[in-house]
Design a protein around this ligand. Sequence first.
Ligand SMILES: [Zn+2]
Length: 445
Amino acid sequence: MVTESLTRPTTVGALACQRNSFLFNGFKTTVISCEPVKGKPKDPVKYLVELHDTILFPEGGGQPSDSGYLKCSNDRIPVSYVSRVGLHAKHHVGQYIDPGTTVEVEVDQSKRVDYMQQHTGQHLLSAILESEPYKLDTLSWSMGGVISAKKPTLEINDYFNYIELPRKLTSQEIEQVSHKVNELISINPQQISVIERTPEAHGDVQTSKIPDDYDLEKGVLRTIHIGEIDSNPCCGTHLQRTNQIGSILISPNQTNIRGSNSRLYFMCGNRVVNYGMAVNKLVGTAKSSLSCLESEIPEKIDRQRDLIQKSSKREQFWIKELASYESDRLLAKVKEAGKAFLLKDEYGTLEFLLQVFKEFTNKLGKTPNEYQLVLCGREKSTESGSVLIVSESGEKISTIAASLSGVVPTLKGGGGKKGGKWQGKIVKFTENDWKSVKNYLETEF
Ligand SMILES: [Zn+2]
């Protein structure tokens, strides 16, 4: 039998997870209601369950929802999400549970600890930035990557959270702030406490950031206190002492937003270790491909960039030299026979063909009146190719293009309807195609 007091749910603001954020499992409570919802085809959520009380935090105040399980008899029912509807917490589950059933709630602990480290770390960082000598308000904050069923592991770029500040910090300020927050974690850790305030005890607490759909007169106003350093209204789950944050890493790379505002990126807790390991792996890969020490990587990359620029210039030089030579040969052939072709394998790039075309047309002048030229190249590394058909006559161009398309069906291109240049591409230029084109050009030209 369900007693009267158990039919009334605990108000969001005074939930067990908010009163003691270190309850991760073994929490027994009763199902008050289980309402069906219209699920989407791929979404297993079919019911919204309200419990008498819960250790699963409903999304709010910049902290994502917990996930976890409701255990009853032999079932361990996954809770994918907990939403807040006014003063109520609704657990999203895939199966029906009878109201009155006793369930044991379990929290996805590693995820929650991660959230608490990021969230409490943000409070500490914002508190330092709000104090002297910076006096910078945190205008908003965003938790970086959030683990979900769709995305079970974080990418290296997802580790960072950010806060928006009214201006950019200097690199000295970042160094100084980083030193201050980490000192309050390791050398001088602070107690974190939460005060629940009834409407009579709201005092002069700023309530402008409390969501409009949260009825403060019926709910609970919570303020979070970090030692004597900070006090702020917040509904989220927090660590008990700042040393549980582990450490805070602040990135020197800020981004501009809304004019002169700045996003300051940071991460806390286990993320710092995981990030260190992921970065170490990247550095290891860079070290072995550049055959150098960590400290030599930037210099090595500079040198490589330099080498690429030099060889690219050298390549340009030889392309021009060879294109000039080839265009002379083609022009002589055109003057003699009215037609000519060029086939270039291995590095027969479009860039080279266009350079030959440019040199050829520059030298062509007004004579001869009639000419047909085909330039065809293949790049072995990509197995792709390019074709240019050049003539004074659009008709001749379209006849040659049709013949070549008959030989290589994957040839696609266009242009030169009134004479000039037709340009085409062969996405997959096989050995057989190459032989066919060669055979066609040697026979017809
Ligand atoms: Zn908070």
